[in-house]
Design a protein around this ligand. Structure first.
Ligand code: MN
Length: 136
């Protein structure tokens, strides 16, 4: 079964390791585990991750390179931003946010872990259905 059109990188396996922190099904392929960690994350329509924070003492944060589909990125206290293939999102360290698919579209991004001093990700509450349902 082809789960997403035009994936130039491997989609990988069901993202079971992080399933507790996602609503819906996602897939993960680690493309690089040396120097800079880069994962290819694919979200089925309606799938999104929980609010989370990439903590770091210095450096850190995450860069998303959107490679397919339509989705959203939202920082806490700000409006959700609709994002598409070709968009680049710089997520600063220590900012609460979520990212995921639109309700009716597959979505895929490369997630680049910016090297950090004392980096760790804190997973928080899910994006509420009420907030998510308000998205197109
Ligand atoms: Mn993130």
């Amino acid at each position: 079964m082809k789960i997403i059109e035009n994936s130039i990188f491997p989609v990988g396996k069901k993202n079971d390791a992080f399933a507790d922190y996602f609503v819906g099904q996602s897939y993960l392929a680690m493309l690089s585990t040396e120097q800079v960690a880069i994962g290819n994350v694919t979200f089925e329509p309606g799938c999104r991750n929980n609010w989370h924070i990439h903590h770091a003492k210095s450096g850190g944060g995450q860069i998303l390179l959107v490679t397919a589909g339509r989705g959203y990125y939202q920082e806490f206290g700000k409006k959700p931003m609709e994002i598409h293939a070709g968009d680049v999102i710089n997520i600063p360290a220590n900012v609460k946010h979520w990212h995921g698919a639109a309700p009716d579209s597959w979505f895929q991004h490369l997630a680049i872990e910016v090297p950090a001093v004392e980096g760790q990700t804190q997973w928080c509450e899910p994006v509420s259905d009420e907030e998510y349902r308000a998205l197109k």
